[in-house]
Ligand binder design. Structure first.
Ligand SMILES: Cc1cc2nc3c(=O)[nH]c(=O)nc-3n(C[C@H](O)[C@H](O)[C@H](O)COP(=O)(O)OP(=O)(O)OC[C@H]3O[C@@H](n4cnc5c(N)ncnc54)[C@H](O)[C@@H]3O)c2cc1C
Length: 469
């Protein structure tokens, strides 16, 4: 393949599908290419063809076309991959962004969703029925790739990574057929869908999701601390995390300091430490009693401001997440799972945030809560990496002229944190700059099984996989 598709072939494909085909030489190509990435730091990788499919049958046609014409396939769900994973050179990009239907069986508590449905769209339909799904922390996150990655969403310690709530999926495989993957048929495909992330080797066109009773009194307490107190706060949070029930999400953020607190923060480069706990419980009394533990932090008297026992329904929690990760910005993101003492981990991150070039950047450290932690509740699936804490580190800025300085800072910060890592999260790690992070997002045997399934289901490597290390 020389990078060009014969015009006749493109015309024939367009005539066979309801969606839209755009070639690299078409007038609107660059705009469509950029729209494929939510992150405004759009990668300089250029598909030969972009096909915005309108139906599942379109996907079948496009897969068969790619096979006939010797093209490699890349897939886009909703384009939220931080690294713009779906944009690949030498590829035919299947964009699933128009597949956004939802159908809910409230009795059976199952939702059938097409890939581009967002967490907000799903939960807004479920909320009036007292139901919920463990969607991502920001409203716009599409379920497509989020579910494939594992899905570390709301109430994750209790509901588990969202991929374990996938009961079945419709999949278009590399030979161009549609199969159903569930526990009875193609169980190995379901195993892979639950966590393979961008290493998946087919196209999921529909998910069938198990729904949950929505907790009736979701409540959040938030404490703002100066960064120089972060060691004490982190050490204490690490020591109590296991005492908290799994229904509590416990986090420490480094986030832009609210204007009202700026003076009290001391030398902080515009950042403040935020200790936040959300209880996904059914009564306000239970939630208040549980969150009361946060008053026991040994430096609680040094907290700059607190907002305790705030009612925070799922939509409000997502709005809060959306404010921390704003739209139309440029991002670099990376993650690490760690079992190191949280005080050391966060003190190291703090030292870098004190020199962050962008005041919008963000770190979030999520603690595993509950006596057993996450590992004990993981069923067998591709998703297989967890630890006591998950640290997420984002450089966030707006102007292209600030790319270099933010990239250098993010690279140095991540390099300093790397020694604390036992693994990574495939959905939010920089698996393009550091391809080895893909393998380190899985337990060893799970990674090997994933490679073996790829060879079975896609023997001709029709689908682009992970970048090579
Ligand atoms: C603002 C923001 C907040 C986020 N919050 C969270 C969070 O709370 N928890 C969390 O776990 N993650 C979170 N993420 C990360 C998110 O899970 C990933 O970005 C995920 O890839 C988003 O799904 P997508 O469909 O938009 O991915 P895309 O960018 O469209 O796809 C990425 C890759 O996934 C694969 N893929 C996606 N869909 C399919 C499919 N249907 N079939 C086959 N392959 C597919 C393809 O290889 C594709 O190239 C967040 C991301 C952003 C930008």
């Amino acid at each position: 393949m020389d990078g060009r598709v014969p015009i006749t072939g493109v015309k024939e494909l367009q005539s066979r599908i309801e969606g839209k085909v755009t070639t690299a030489t078409d007038a609107g190509y660059e705009q469509i290419r950029c729209e494929m990435s939510w992150n405004q730091l759009t990668p300089m990788r250029y598909p030969q063809l972009v096909v915005q499919v309108a139906t599942e049958q379109d996907v079948v046609e496009v897969v068969r076309f790619a096979r006939t014409h010797g093209m490699k396939i890349a897939v886009r769900g909703g384009g939220h991959s931080w690294v713009g994973f779906s944009l690949r050179d030498e590829s035919l990009l299947i964009d699933l962004g128009r597949l956004n239907r939802v159908s809910i069986d409230y009795e059976a508590r199952v939702a059938a969703i097409q890939p581009a449905v967002t967490g907000r769209e799903l939960n807004s339909q479920l909320a009036p029925h007292g139901l919920a799904f463990p969607v991502g922390h920001c409203p716009s996150v599409p379920l497509s790739g989020y579910l494939l990655n594992g899905g570390l969403g709301l109430n994750c310690n209790s509901w588990g990574p969202a991929c374990f709530s996938i009961e079945a999926a419709n999949v278009v495989t590399a030979d161009g057929s549609i199969v159903v993957a569930n526990q009875e048929q193609h169980a190995d495909l379901l195993w892979a869908i639950r966590g393979a992330g961008p290493g998946f080797f087919a196209v999921v066109t529909q998910y069938f999701l198990k729904l949950y009773q929505a907790p009736r009194a979701i409540t959040t307490s938030t404490y703002y601390y100066p960064l120089h107190r972060i060691e004490e706060v982190a050490a204490w949070a690490g020591s109590v995390a296991r005492q908290l029930p799994r229904e509590v999400e416990l986090k420490i953020f480094f986030a832009p300091v609210p204007a009202a607190l700026a003076k009290q923060c001391g030398p902080s480069n515009g950042f403040v430490g935020i200790l936040s706990a959300t209880a996904f419980l059914d009564t306000a009394q239970e939630a208040t009693a549980t969150l009361g533990l946060l008053e026991n932090c040994p430096v609680a008297h040094e907290c700059l401001q607190k907002e305790v026992n705030q009612p925070t329904p799922l939509a409000a929690l997502q709005d809060m997440g959306g404010m921390l990760l704003p739209e139309r910005h440029r991002y670099l993101a990376d993650t690490l799972w760690s079992d190191s003492p949280p005080a050391q981990l966060l003190a190291t991150a703090r030292d870098y945030f004190l020199h962050a070039p962008s005041p919008k950047s963000l770190a979030a450290c999520a603690f595993s809560t509950g006596v057993e932690g996450r590992a004990a509740v993981l069923p067998d699936a591709a998703f297989s990496m967890t630890a006591g804490t998950l640290l997420l580190c984002y450089a966030i800025w707006e102007r292209p002229e600030d790319d270099a300085v933010n990239a250098a800072w993010h690279r140095e910060t991540i390099a300093a944190l790397d020694s604390f890592a036992v693994g990574h999260y495939v959905g939010e790690s920089d698996i393009v700059a550091e391809p080895a992070r893909a393998e380190r997002s899985f337990a060893r045997t799970n990674w090997q099984r994933l490679q073996s399934l790829r060879r079975t289901y896609d023997p001709d490597a029709l689908f682009h996989g992970f970048f090579s290390a």
